[in-house]
Design a protein around this ligand. Structure first.
Ligand code: UDP
Length: 495
């Protein structure tokens, strides 16, 4: 596309929230603008910079004007142990309020950096979970665009319920239908995101209300999705936002080579070649990959259900075992005492720590994805053309499950009934059973009529996703349109 304004005169500033599900797609997003010739500045803390250094250096070597601007993370001032600059590294989620305090303390130093940036920021694209950016951008007269990290469907459901309050008219575990939706979406209050279904223990009420308010004040929203995936909901969301919605995803598909994919979000904790070789020896589409994202922490008993449920499915599997958090030692002890790893060694591969997820999902041997339904993982499964086993846990994950199981028809649920808020895992023993897991895995890997139809739809979606990011595709066009639309705003501000 021919730009009316030279992109090299623009400076897009990105402020990611410090958690992998937020920072990974935002780094992909930032790279996308740098590829268009726009100057890009990403504001990060030192330990987050270390995670993304190599991918950004490769972009710089290829001639792009992109840089990581480091700001010290005031973790210790906020009562956090050293080294906790990303939410999943917290030893206990009791510390989440302290983490948010530290993020809040970044306002003044980041505002200072923004004042001194050359060229001046054309716009700030920031995570919606950093609400103080609204005031900062107002102070500096910089257009603020939020990155939501979700689909169009999920924030739309949330908004409709927030306004209509239908969920408040029924007991929390009784189903209700989301009003005025093209599909009949049935949910319970216990399955809703935190804004509508808060944790009884950690009080985030004010923070969530602030996020909601500042979300409405933003100039627009960038969405990691593609229009064709959720057409009706994209249209509805766009209308709600006065036209200022740009679906630019799936971000994991853009220009990432195997090196980028292998180190996406963090250094893989295993020898990636060994894992790929193990997969090379497996039959096509015979392995189920099970990973529950970066933040969720299973209780020991829920991990046991997952492991034994996978084993009982008789399918080969890759299972990612989290090593963060106080409970991880108990899980490791169970794996050893039970003999699980030894017993399943012919058809099971355990990854302890960070998994090169996108690389694994794209391997021919992987035929299904057991996911916690985080939006990035869900979309990565869609891109890989895989049917999915859906085990939603917290946030908007039950809404993602609805989208995949009911609307897209490419997933099977494990039978999770209600949200487990971060930090509340131990209060929710035996939520999902091994039986439910086995049943869903067997259904997803099945080669009968239903299973084949599900797989066919999943492959079709995978192809649609790839087309969206190619030249001429909807997401590719939306990136150009966003640049066109933002450029005059910054020029108007500068005169
Ligand atoms: N991820 C990864 N390796 C892991 C765990 C997670 O690469 O071992 C990536 C995953 O590919 C996704 C992101 O981390 O891009 C997790 O985001 P998501 O929205 O799925 O879930 P969250 O972690 O925010 O709950």
């Amino acid at each position: 596309m021919a730009f009316q304004i030279q992109p090299e005169l623009l400076n897009f500033v990105f402020i990611p929230f410090m958690a992998p599900g937020h920072s990974i797609p935002m780094i992909d997003l930032a790279k996308l603008f740098a590829e268009r010739g726009v100057n890009v500045t990403i504001i990060v803390t030192p330990l987050n910079a270390a995670r993304f250094n190599s991918v950004i250096n490769r972009a710089v070597e290829s001639g792009q004007s992109i840089r990581l601007l480091q700001v010290k993370f005031p973790g210790e001032e906020a009562g956090l142990p050293p080294g906790c600059e990303s939410a999943e590294t917290l030893p206990s989620y009791e510390l989440i309020p302290n983490f948010f305090t530290a993020v809040k303390m970044l306002q003044q130093p980041i505002e200072e950096e923004l004042r001194n940036l050359i060229p001046l920021p054309s716009c700030v694209i920031c995570d919606k979970h950093i609400p103080w950016t609204a005031q900062t951008c107002k102070n500096l007269r910089i257009p603020r665009i939020i990155f939501d990290g979700m689909s169009c469907f999920a924030p739309l459901v949330t908004h409709v319920l927030y306004v209509s309050k239908v969920h408040e008219t029924v007991p929390p575990n009784e189903p209700f239908v989301v009003p005025d939706f093209p599909d009949e979406i049935e949910l319970t209050r216990f399955q809703l995101p935190g804004l509508l279904n808060p944790s009884p223990r950690i009080n985030f009420y004010d923070f969530r209300e602030q996020v909601k308010k500042t979300e409405e004040e933003a100039y627009g929203v960038v969405v990691n999705s593609f229009e064709e995936l959720e057409k009706d909901y994209f249209e509805m969301f766009r209308k709600l936002k006065g036209g200022k919605v740009w679906c630019v995803g799936p971000l994991s598909l853009y220009g990432n080579d195997d090196l980028d994919r292998a180190g996406r979000g963090n250094k893989a904790s295993i020898d990636t070649d060994r894992c790929m070789k193990w997969l090379d020896d497996m039959k096509p589409e015979s392995v189920i990959y099970a990973c529950l994202g970066s933040l969720s922490r299973l209780s020991r008993s829920q991990f046991v259900e997952l492991a034994l449920g996978l084993e009982a499915s008789k399918h080969s599997f890759v299972l990612v075992v989290k090593t963060e958090g106080e409970k991880s030692l108990e899980i490791e002890k169970w794996i050893l005492d039970n003999g699980f790893e030894e017993r399943t060694k012919d058809r099971g591969f355990l990854i302890r720590g960070w998994s090169p997820q996108v690389l694994i999902l794209s391997h021919f041997a992987v035929g299904g994805f057991l996911t916690h339904c985080g939006w990035n993982s869900t979309l990565e499964g869609i891109c890989a053309g895989l049917p999915m086993v859906m085990w939603p846990m917290f946030g908007e994950q039950f809404l993602n499950e609805k989208l995949v199981v009911q609307i897209l028809g490419t997933g099977v649920g494990v039978g999770a009934k209600s949200t487990v808020h971060l930090g509340d895992e131990e209060m929710d023993e035996m939520r999902v059973t091994r039986k439910g897991i086995t049943k869903a895995v067997v259904a997803v890997m099945d080669r009968g009529t239903e299973g084949c139809e599900r797989r066919r739809k999943a492959k079709e979606l995978g192809e649609m996703a790839k087309r969206a990011v190619q030249v001429g595709g909807s997401s590719c066009k939306n990136v150009d349109q966003l640049i066109q639309e933002v450029a005059p705003l910054s020029v108007a501000r500068d005169v």
